[in-house]
Design a protein around this ligand. Structure first.
Ligand SMILES: Cc1cc2nc3c(=O)[nH]c(=O)nc-3n(C[C@H](O)[C@H](O)[C@H](O)COP(=O)(O)OP(=O)(O)OC[C@H]3O[C@@H](n4cnc5c(N)ncnc54)[C@H](O)[C@@H]3O)c2cc1C
Length: 315
């Protein structure tokens, strides 16, 4: 029996969705290892997050108010404190900027094998982790011997756990060496108020739109639906939309309820960022476009005919 320790993530005063996804992944693993699931939330005023994190399947929630903002040392020593305190041998962290910052140091200091960017796993006497390589062109499996390991999980790959649990909530003090680094403040990138990863409905535009001035058409569709506008990489590379609207391997991972791909071919690097969407609608002139392989609804047609018709219908 080995317990699992999963680390939730918060940014700018709010829990991120991956915190609930990691509960699902953590519970799955804890069931396989016949252990408990402990969930940690670290740094800043985090006691207030405990009730939200109390989801079915979580046995214990540890809040550690050490540090003000994300800090490498604070996170590493908080997780080490919890590993020493619990029976946990398996640690799950989000594959985020923060998770990837301290996961390797933790793995090194605790002598744990580390597999990053997991998109799935199975446990049967040992852990087999699924991950993608070469720009999502190849799916690989990694075998990890034993029941002690660290994993970072890709955001959007596991369903979020909903509902209310009955976890024991405990506040823990953990000392950490001062790293000397301080967060001085946050600066929004231009257009940075839009977070496509949190949107419920996305209208996503690709190279099929042709010209920058045609973007108005998809903006109208997004308005008619109350949706957020996102894009494939060429649109961002052309400077037509801000980088924070890019979906994909080098953009953001999104999991909206509805994803409408307009003039997007469905390259692997794009699909890597949106395949977790609940319902995918694709509009494309090419019936052989790979986007149709993953679409729930496909419209083969010219977007300049189809989109105005959709706007009229929705309005
Ligand atoms: C390391 C690396 C990282 C990358 N990261 C990303 C990433 O994060 N996100 C990303 O999106 N890409 C990424 N790419 C680029 C990716 O490989 C593709 O080039 C890109 O996704 C293609 O964008 P697109 O589908 O808009 O354009 P295209 O592939 O050119 O597709 C345009 C589509 O529009 C259709 N079309 C044309 N005219 C019309 C019309 N009038 N009506 C309807 N349909 C029409 C065409 O049939 C075509 O299918 C990355 C590439 C690399 C190498």
């Amino acid at each position: 029996m080995t317990d699992v320790l999963a680390v939730a993530e918060h940014r700018r005063g709010e829990l991120r969705d991956v915190s609930y996804e990691i509960v699902t992944a953590g519970r799955e693993l804890a069931d396989a290892l016949d252990g408990d699931l402990h969930l940690a939330v670290i740094a800043g005023n985090v006691d207030r997050f405990a009730d939200d994190l109390d989801r079915p399947g979580v046995d214990t929630i540890y809040t550690l108010e050490n540090g003000e903002e994300f800090d490498h040392n604070a996170y590493q020593s908080a997780v080490e404190t919890l590993l020493a305190r619990t029976d946990a041998g398996a640690v799950l962290m989000p594959n985020s900027v923060n998770g990837l910052d301290y996961a390797p140091a933790l793995a090194e200091s605790y002598d744990l094998p580390l597999v990053t960017d997991a998109t799935g796993f199975a446990y049967d006497d040992g852990l087999t982790v699924t991950r993608e390589m070469y720009g999502s062109k190849v799916e690989t499996t990694v075998d990890v011997a034993g029941d002690r390991f660290a994993l970072t999980i890709r955001e959007g790959e596991w369903e979020a756990t909903e509902g209310v649990g009955d976890a024991v909530i405990e506040s823990v003090d953990a000392d950490h060496p001062d790293s000397g680094a301080r967060v001085q403040g946050f600066e929004e990138v231009a257009g940075g108020d839009v977070d496509i990863s949190e949107a419920d409905v996305l209208v996503s535009v690709g190279r099929g739109i042709g010209e920058e001035e045609n973007l108005e058409l998809v903006e109208e569709l997004a308005d008619a639906l109350g949706a957020t506008l996102s894009a494939s990489r060429p649109i961002v590379d052309n400077g037509w939309l801000e980088k924070n609207r890019q979906v994909g391997q080098s953009g953001k991972v999104v999991t909206p309820t509805v994803y409408i791909a307009v003039g997007i071919s469905g390259a692997v690097q794009h699909v890597a960022g949106m395949k977790g969407s609940e319902t995918i609608v694709a509009i494309n002139t090419d019936p052989n476009a790979p986007i149709f392989d993953i679409a729930d609804y496909g419209i083969v047609g010219d977007l300049f005919d189809v989109v105005p018709e959709l706007i009229a219908q929705f309005e």
